[in-house]
Ligand binder design. Structure first.
Ligand SMILES: [Zn+2]
Length: 194
């Protein structure tokens, strides 16, 4: 029923398009993969190509009780998310460190610290395990906080500077340190529209 309606609509356009539609329809009757489905799959792939990046080295400092495999899986997920940086990344390292070490501070201070020269993002274990009061106040979750600190520090490794809240719309992921919306809407992604 749906296909018959489709051919009827196409009948109003050029003869060439009708010929293509009929060919596709015949293909369906013959049990082949419908051409339109194949096209949709191709365009979905090209619209959101996977980010190419060398798997990050994930380190967990002494005294930090965080599962390394879990951190690796989480970092991989946010890097590949369509709302992420959508840019290829060189090799980088994520280190879970005790709050206060390697440039980090205790919350609500610097919960992550990027060292672009060493291509390393240090993340405080506190940021990974304790939902900070400012995130909690926005309704953000611990996973939001983790995603934000990973993506913010990755932004620095990509050379991105801090950004102020423009006054409306989603908060830029590169706004400065510890989650302060300053009038913007809650957001932890570089490309919130995906
Ligand atoms: Zn920063």
């Amino acid at each position: 029923m749906k296909r018959i309606v489709g051919v009827g609509v196409l009948g109003a356009v050029s003869a060439a398009l009708v010929a293509v539609a009929v060919t596709a329809w015949v293909g369906v009757l013959a049990g082949e993969q419908p051409a339109e489905s194949a096209n949709q799959a191709a365009s979905a792939t090209s619209a959101s190509p996977p980010v190419r990046y060398a798997p990050p080295t994930v380190g967990v400092a002494d005294g930090v009780n965080v599962d390394q495999a879990e951190v690796s899986a989480f970092v991989d997920r946010v890097v590949q998310d369509p709302r992420g940086w959508r840019t290829d990344l060189d090799q980088f390292t994520v280190r879970l460190v005790q709050a206060g070490n390697e440039g980090t501070q205790r919350m609500p201070g610097l919960i992550g610290y990027a060292n672009p020269g060493q291509r390393t993002a240090a993340i405080s274990d506190e940021a990974w395990t304790v939902l900070g009061p400012r995130f909690a106040a926005t309704g953000g979750t611990l996973d939001d906080q983790r995603a934000w600190v990973v993506l913010h520090e990755l932004g620095h490794l990509l050379g991105r500077p801090h950004q102020e809240c423009p006054g409306a719309g989603p908060a830029p992921v590169m706004r400065e340190t510890n989650y302060d919306l300053r009038g913007c809407g809650f957001n932890v992604w570089p490309n919130p529209a995906g």
